[in-house]
Design a protein around this ligand. Sequence first.
Ligand code: C8P
Length: 285
Amino acid sequence: SPAPQRHLPLRYLQISSFANSSWMRTDGLAWLRDLQAYTWRNDSDTICFLKPWSQGTFSDQQWKQLQQTFQVYRRSFTRDIREFVKMLHVDYPFEIQVSAGCEELPGNTSESFLRVAFQGRDVLSFQGTSWVSAPDAPPWGQMACTVLNQDQGTRETVQWLLHDICPRFLRGILETGKSELEKQVKPEAWLSSGPSPGPGRLLLVCRVSGFYPKPVWVTWMRGEREQSGTQQGDIVPNADETWYLRVTLDVTAGEATGLSCRVKHSSLGDQDIILYWDRSHASVG
Ligand code: C8P
C-alpha cells in the first residue's frame, strides 16, 4: 500500500539572478508540503497569497510586521551581495538560491533550516546561532561567513525567524489549510503500449493521473502475483495540484495476455483500480 506522508514542511525558496553590475532580479515562493501558497515576484513589493488560508492564524498586524521584515531583508540582500562581489572578487553572471523553512517533528518539536547556494552548489547555511560555510564551498565561502557573523542583529533575527516565527506560523497554516491538505482526489488510469523494446517484445504502459495526495502504489500483476520487472517512473506534478505516474513492464508478445495494472490510492479506499491488458491496447502510442 502507498507509504503515508508524515512530513509537512513549510519551505521558502528564493532565486536571485545577478546578470552584471546593474541587472538583477529576485523571486521568492513558498510551499506547504506540495502546495504552493505564496509568491513574491521581483516587481512586487508585497508577498502574494495564493491560497485563502495563506495568512494562517497570524493577525493582519502580525503579518504586516513579518512582511516588513522580509522587505528589509530583500533590499539588504541585494545590497550585501553587490558588496560581497567587490570584496570577494566573484564574477558575473551568477545565481544565488536561498532555501529556508521548518517542519514539525514528533513530540511537539520542530526542525528549521536555512541554506544558501551559489551557481547551484551549497555555499553556506545557518547552524544554531551563526553562519557556517559548506564543506566543499569555494574559499570565499568562509570569508563571507566571517563577515556575516559580525552582524549580531541579523543573527538574532534569523534565529527568531527560524526557531520562533516559522514553527508558529506553520502550526497556523496547518490549521487553516487542513481541508486542502487532506483533500482526496481519485486517479484515472489507462493502458497503452510504448515503443517496442525489441523484436517480439512489448512495452506495457500503465499511466495514472490526477491523484492527490502524492503517495500511490501502482504495479503490473498476473493474477495476485506482482511482476518484479515493473519499472516505476518518477511521480511528476500535473498543473492542477495533482500527481502523475507512469509504470511500465517489458514482456514478450505472448506473455502480455492475463496481465493487469493495479492502482492503490487513499482516495479509492479498498476499491483498487484494476485494468486488464488486451489486444486493443497494442497499437496505441
Ligand atoms: O534583513 C536582515 C535580517 C533578516 C535576515 C533574514 C534572512 C531571511 C531568510 C529566511 C527566509 C524565510 C524564513 C526564514 C529565514 N538583515 C539585513 C539588514 O541588517 C540590518 C543590520 O545590519 C542588522 O544588525 C539589524 O539591525 C537589521 C534589522 O532590520 O538591519 C542584513 O543586511 C543581512 O545581511 C541581509 C542578508 C541576509 C542573508 C545573507 C545570505 C548571504 C549569502 C551570501 C552568499 C555569498 C555570495 C557571494 C557573491
